[in-house]
Design a binder for this molecule. Structure first.
Ligand SMILES: [Zn+2]
Length: 305
């Protein structure tokens, strides 16, 4: 079952050095979730051959332009391509007003339902839940209301124990019963307790997206032990004062938080345009948290079992 994050854009405000503003595609069990939608996101979808019609939910962390100026483009392109499926946007309260005004000004009447869910920046919330995934928002501290997002895989099915089932004749319904935790009576009349043929479910995989924020140690409890953490690292360590003044983080701060929270893998992004060469940022991050990577556009980070 897929659990991966594809980077579509990872630069901060000014698009520079061939880099683009923030956007990511999260794929969980072949369900697509777009996270932030900076200018140019739909072009990056073309570049990376993203099946855009599979996106039914878009999450916007905050209303600085480099995180949502691409949204109206995506929405209206869906209209031009005759989308009919509903599209749900999760974001700060003002976002609906902004988008509706843009549509109204352009005389655009959508043929598909466009739904909005307002996020809150003062408490954690469950925004989305289906059979495969739960998506929560949590407050960050930036210059305007900003949230991060936590993706939690739902993994309730037990695993078939191949060694124990070897030589048994299992029908498709037996597999379903076993995976769902029920005991089985096979076609030859033999009875098996569920746990004699199965193993416990895999632990659910988790991905945390920490958009623009100042260093926030209290995030530790929310992102504790996640498989994959994206954290902004707009500046290098020598620009800590500028990071503090602009409510951003440094490479070292992102790494310290990853270490404090015991995450398994860190990716950093939202690079300031003042940096042409990004490997210096990566070196600083890895000095504190070795299992780190840069959120390079086009890269896909898979969380494997
Ligand atoms: Zn921002």
């Amino acid at each position: 079952m897929t659990f991966e994050v594809k980077i579509l854009g990872s630069n901060s405000a000014v698009a520079q050095h061939g880099r683009h503003p923030t956007s990511q595609l999260v794929n969980i069990h072949d369900k697509y979730f777009l996270v932030d939608c900076g200018e140019g996101t739909q072009m990056r979808m073309n570049d990376f051959k993203v099946k855009r019609f599979k996106i039914n939910h878009i999450f916007i962390s905050h209303l600085h332009g480099d995180h949502y100026y691409g949204l109206i483009g995506v929405i209206t392109t869906f209209q031009l391509l005759q989308r009919l499926e509903p599209l749900t946007i999760y974001g700060p309260p003002l976002l609906e007003e902004i988008i509706q005004l843009q549509l109204k000004a352009g005389g655009t009447q959508l043929n598909y339902p466009l739904l909005f869910v307002k996020t809150q920046d003062n408490h954690q919330e469950l925004l989305f839940s289906d059979a495969d995934v739960e998506i929560h928002s949590f407050p960050l501290q930036h210059r305007i209301p900003t949230t991060g997002f936590l993706f939690v895989e739902k993994s309730t099915q037990r695993r078939i124990n191949g060694e124990k089932t070897k030589g048994l004749t299992l029908l498709p319904k037996d597999f379903i019963d076993l995976k769902e935790g029920r005991d089985v009576t096979l076609s030859d009349g033999s009875f098996f307790k569920n746990d004699s043929l199965t193993l416990p479910p895999y632990p659910p995989r988790r991905y945390a997206f920490c958009s623009d924020t100042k260093f926030l140690p209290e995030l530790r409890s929310i992102i504790d032990g996640v498989d994959l953490l994206y954290h902004e690292a707009t500046f290098m360590n020598d620009a800590e004062k500028r990071a503090n003044d602009t409510y951003h983080s440094t490479t070292g701060q992102a790494a310290i938080l990853a270490e404090m929270a015991g995450v398994k893998h860190l990716i950093v992004g939202h690079f300031s345009s003042k940096y042409i060469e990004l490997n210096f940022l990566l070196e600083e991050v890895r000095q504190i948290f070795p299992n780190s990577d840069l959120a390079i556009e086009g890269a896909t980070f898979k969380v494997l079992r």
